[in-house]
Design a protein around this ligand. Structure first.
Ligand SMILES: Cc1cc2nc3c(=O)[nH]c(=O)nc-3n(C[C@H](O)[C@H](O)[C@H](O)COP(=O)(O)O)c2cc1C
Length: 200
């Protein structure tokens, strides 16, 4: 499985957690990382053919960003507006992303308990990330469970380092899609008819 990580941070050099994630991902096997701010430059202009070819060459697309005003920094949106084009990602013939997997990797300043009904952020991350989920749906991609790390406002360097193994394990888990996991379990059961008979 080939993984493409599109990192949307306005200044990775000044980042704490997204830089740690970006560096770890850049060393991982079968992962391509892209710092969109460095690539798009101050005008946030992308070479559409290059970006689309990269999407086609990968199986799992990851949007990585710090949560800014309940969304992604503007370079992520600039990339989406330019690259997810009519006839490529949607509309007639726009089925080029169909069947790929899509995953959000995000850090927040606020603590986990604030991202609930009754918390000061009122809504869960699953709710706040809905525009990305629907983008995946419209473009025919399978939306996978996001990887979210909260509490960056108070996190220590040790806290940040401790997130890296779990983040890598999540992003590279080939069975994040429950359909894929279930298909493997069914195959296993088919190989063991006694067990299959017992649960059917
Ligand atoms: C412009 C701006 C907007 C932000 N908006 C939010 C927000 O809506 N919710 C939140 O929990 N944190 C918010 N934060 C905090 C960032 O999410 C936090 O600093 C970031 O996840 C840390 O990542 P980094 O170390 O990679 O920079 C905001 C920070 C900035 C600078």
């Amino acid at each position: 499985m080939k993984i493409l990580v599109l990192t949307a941070h306005p200044d990775l050099k000044k980042s704490r957690i997204n830089r740690a994630w970006f560096e770890a991902l850049s060393e991982a096997d079968a992962v391509t990382t892209r710092d969109l701010t460095a690539i798009g430059g101050p005008e946030m202009r992308f070479d559409i053919a290059t970006e689309q070819a990269l999407l086609l060459a990968h199986d799992r697309i990851v949007f990585q960003f710090p949560f800014y005003w309940y969304s992604a920094p503007p370079v992520m949106k600039a990339w989406m507006d330019q690259v997810l084009s009519y006839g490529f990602a949607y509309g007639p013939g726009g089925d080029k992303l169909k069947g790929r997997e899509f995953l959000i990797l995000v850090s927040t300043g606020g603590p986990a308990e604030s991202y609930h009904a009754g918390g000061y952020n009122n809504f869960s991350m699953d709710e706040l990330l809905k525009p990305f989920q629907q983008t995946a749906s419209l473009t025919g991609m399978t939306y996978l469970r996001p990887f979210v790390t909260h509490g960056m406002a108070v996190a220590t360097e040790e806290d940040i380092e401790a997130t890296v193994p779990a983040m890598l394990a999540h992003l590279t888990d080939p069975e994040l899609d429950p359909k894929v996991r279930q298909a493997r379990l069914l195959r296993k059961l088919a190989e063991d008819p006694a067990k299959a008979a017992a649960i059917s």
